[in-house]
Design a protein around this ligand. Sequence first.
Ligand code: ZN
Length: 248
Amino acid sequence: MRYAILADIHSNLVAFQAVLRDIESKGGIDEIWCLGDVVGYGPEPHACIELLCQYKHICVAGNHDWAAISKLDISDFNPYAAQAILWTRQQLAAGDMNYLQGLPQRIKRGDFTLVHGSPRHPIWEYLEPGWLSTKDVEDNFNQFDTKFCLVGHSHKPIVFQQDSLKHYSVTKIPSEIRLSFESKRLIINPGGVGQPRDGDPRASYAIYDGEAQMVYYYRVNYDISATQQKMMEYNLPSPLTERLSYGY
Ligand code: ZN
């Protein structure tokens, strides 16, 4: 079985469609593993939920998903994110809200645990180097019992590693991770589909091939200006529109 690992689609339908086309061109997948924040920031929340639901998939809840259904207060959001959430709330159909309401915080599948933010705080914590002490990283590795954990939220494609001596390190995600040879436990972030933040504006995602025991990491060009055009039409905050050009 092959699985697409998608995080932070963020209502960016054009990016999501480009990733799905790329997946098809690589032989397709059997199931999507979605790491949350399907909505927020971007211009097409309803269409993104609708498209995701056309696929066999599992999905965990992100902070924007919860904020969009008022399950999370937006007072902790930055003003642009909050404005986009208020707009998103008006765009969701009853079925969309039910869908978001039903998303769990954590899913376990075989060797993998799926969360949006971190194993310790699935909705809110950012697993970003520089923000975390070694103790924080260690705590997070203690908060899941599978060998691997998949996270989103930071929109940065990186891998945290715990070796057998409980030493920790973090690297940019490599283009291939050979899980069968991997003695380390890993926390893998595939980067963001709909709002990359590592300085590369292309959509970011990964495919897990269960038979080959490989994770492949990919970047995909999409029509950024098409998404920006829709954001301008809907008067979404211009910093959110502009950042898509730079991938930050
Ligand atoms: Zn996000």
